[in-house]
Design a protein around this ligand. Sequence first.
Ligand SMILES: Nc1ncnc2c1ncn2[C@@H]1O[C@H](COP(=O)(O)OP(=O)(O)O)[C@@H](O)[C@H]1O
Ligand SMILES: O=C(O)[C@H](O)[C@@H](O)[C@H](O)[C@H](O)COP(=O)(O)O
Length: 186
Amino acid sequence: MVLVVVMGVSGSGKSTVGSLLAKKLGWKFYDADDYHSDGNKLKMAKGIPLTDQDRIPWLGELHKIIREGLSSENIVLACSALKRVYRDILTNEESTALSQEVKKDEMPPSRPFFVHLDGSMELILQRLEKRKGHFMPSALLQSQFDTLEPLSAPEHFIIINVEKNVLDIVSEIERMLVKSNLEYLQ
Ligand SMILES: Nc1ncnc2c1ncn2[C@@H]1O[C@H](COP(=O)(O)OP(=O)(O)O)[C@@H](O)[C@H]1O
Ligand SMILES: O=C(O)[C@H](O)[C@@H](O)[C@H](O)[C@H](O)COP(=O)(O)O
């Protein structure tokens, strides 16, 4: 089965784009935000960036969910996945320098496809400041950009600029999925 990870800084549109993409494809959608511990949420709400130690148990939990889900369903996951090592823990390709819990051979063989929602700090800040009812303060955006490590080979990925509207972004991802690997959409 197939895993698409929609990633990027807070406010880049992961939840919006990921959920619509999953709906259009008829795939299962998971939002990584739903799996943060109360401690992590409180920390972010106070304007304190998460550390590796805060994120690793969360990523390990997500890894387990994905691994189980992929045995029977195609998945779209919305997850910040800011650093390479975080992405490796999620998908278990290399890992586990930081996480002893995740074993290398646990993930079924399926190459994850990453979609980085990329945009300027100004644009994303504007969107975050308009967003209501979310624990993540816009003050953390700078640290999100500071932490972000761009995708690079051998990661399998596309980068999409979030100036476009949501429908266009989703259509572009669908086109890229077809182009990059037809068997993804069986
Ligand atoms: N391409 C877009 N164009 C305009 N507004 C967008 C776009 N993508 C997301 N938004 C809006 O920006 C805000 C942040 O989006 P969200 O999906 O919550 O981001 P994330 O999950 O990455 O934090 C939301 O209010 C959402 O409606
Ligand atoms: O790794 C992190 O620091 C968090 O996952 C962060 O990137 C994420 O943005 C928050 O969970 C807030 O949620 P939103 O992405 O929806 O703002």
